[in-house]
Write a protein that binds this ligand. Structure first.
Ligand code: PLP
Length: 442
């Protein structure tokens, strides 16, 4: 049965429905990224500017998933457009080194506290894959600890514990140790009982961009325990890098990992990734005069589009603007406005829950009465299950798109969101939540 919200969605988006039919025949699920699956169909976009994008039916959508988190300045920032256009005319690939890669690397080192040395990649998945390999090569050990629900891209090792594991050798998954967060005694026990652990990787604000938050005190405990056991601590700052603060979560919380992975904002809206950190560890890629080292210890690393000129041009401009202008402050201020507005709305509508989050990443949790500081909202896994209702969230997601907002329970803010955008969004949520309530889901 089609719900009233779904019917309105279908009526408003005939052009997207038509394209989805074609795409279903061409792509698995009709999409090119698992996160873009949406029932009854996903929207097709034509162009974007600032905080908004437009679909093929001419609907304007305020974007709270801007470039999957890559677009800290919003869509099509004029300085980035110009930098990329200028570079396009000069050449997109020299199969060689450029001065731009040096500038890009220097900016990473200036901004990210742990970055002594840098290596560019083309995506966060690749950067994370390299980071765990560096941990293994550096320590001579085999296993990696990751935390439940933490996302590190789609490489064979780091998807351990999630769904969709087809085709991965059991031996690969057996090298991953999956642990719960926020309990250092569990981590310490794992390290005590297994001397084959090379590294620990985590999203430093918590799983799914911070939706299941980590206590900053746990980060410090991890730093201490990894130092004691000689294990490489890896912060996956693919999302939080340049966002949670200019220097990422590590700068915000004053905890320096051994290795950091970056992507998203790093590339200024174009593909890009990097691994940076302690020189000794990043230098596992470096060749030496020792043939034995070069053959069996060093990590070889190629990649056609590593530090390619277009991504470098966009990334340099993005990082320069992050470094020299109040990009983060603006995004954080809009996030604070949205958080207050949504918490007031929940109270007004007598919906138990909260809007929480740090810096410019917010999360909406509904269905559970609880106390929290609206920043780091810690609830038990059982309570989290109670507060997660996929049917409700799916209807809310469609209802919000009907009202011109792409967001339901996660919000990624940019410096391009305006105060008016936030006011519009809060009003749209009141309408969306009312419609979901009318369907009996709240
Ligand atoms: C924390 C985190 N790590 C890694 C990745 C993978 O990055 P990419 O999609 O660039 O491969 C993502 C992607 O969303 C991410 O959120």
């Amino acid at each position: 049965m089609v719900t009233p919200i779904e019917q309105r969605f279908i009526d408003l988006h005939p052009g997207s429905a038509e394209r989805h039919e074609k795409a279903r025949d061409l792509f698995p699920d009709g999409v090119t990224h698992d996160a873009r699956r949406q029932k009854p169909f996903q929207l097709y976009y034509t162009h974007a500017e600032g905080a908004a994008k437009w679909d093929v039916d001419g609907n304007k959508i305020l974007d709270y998933f801007p470039g999957h988190g890559a677009l800290m300045l919003g869509h099509s920032h004029p300085d980035i457009v110009k930098a990329v256009q200028d570079q396009m005319a000069k050449g997109t690939h020299f199969a060689g080194s450029t001065e731009m890669e040096i500038r890009w690397g220097e900016l990473v080192r200036e901004l990210i506290p742990s970055a002594e040395k840098v290596r560019f990649h083309s995506s966060g998945t690749e950067a994370d894959m390299m980071a765990i390999r560096m941990a293994r090569a550096y320590t001579g050990k085999n296993k990696i600890i990751k935390f439940e629900d933490h996302f590190h891209g789609w490489n064979d090792y780091l998807v351990a514990g999630s769904e969709g594991l087809g085709g991965i050798p059991k031996a690969t998954l057996d090298t991953m140790v999956l642990l719960p967060i926020n309990d250092i005694s569990v981590v310490e026990k794992a390290l005590q009982n297994d001397d084959d652990i090379a590294g620990i990787i985590l999203e430093p604000t918590g799983a799914h961009m911070g939706a299941i938050p980590i206590l900053p005190s746990f980060l410090q405990e991890l730093r201490d325990v990894t130092e004691r056991y000689g294990v490489v601590l890896i912060f996956d700052e693919v999302v939080t890098g340049f966002r949670t603060s200019k220097g990422g979560a590590q700068e915000l919380y004053g905890i320096t990992p051994d290795v950091t992975t970056l992507a998203k904002i790093l590339g200024g809206g174009l593909p890009g990734g990097a691994v940076c950190g302690k020189a000794d560890i990043i230098n596992m890629i470096e060749t030496t005069d020792d043939p034995e080292w070069n053959s069996t210890r060093r990590i070889s690393h190629n990649g056609t589009f590593n530090a390619n000129p277009l991504s470098a041009a966009a990334g340099i401009k993005m990082l320069e603007l992050v470094s020299t202008t109040p990009v983060n402050d603006t995004a954080n201020a809009r996030a604070a406005q949205l958080k207050d507005g949504l918490n007031d709305l929940l109270s007004k509508m007598e919906i138990p829950g909260c809007c929480n989050g740090v810096a410019s990443l917010l999360f909406l949790s509904m269905g559970l009465d609880h106390e929290c500081d609206k920043e780091i909202c810690i609830i038990s896994p059982e309570d989290r299950k109670k507060a997660t209702d996929p049917a409700r969230n799916q209807q809310l997601n469609l209802a919000m798109q009907n009202h011109g907002v792409q967001a339901s329970t996660r919000f990624i803010l940019t410096a391009a969101h305006t105060e008016e955008d936030i006011n519009y969004t809060i009003d749209a949520f009141e309408k969306g939540l009312t419609e979901v309530r009318e369907q009996g889901l709240i």
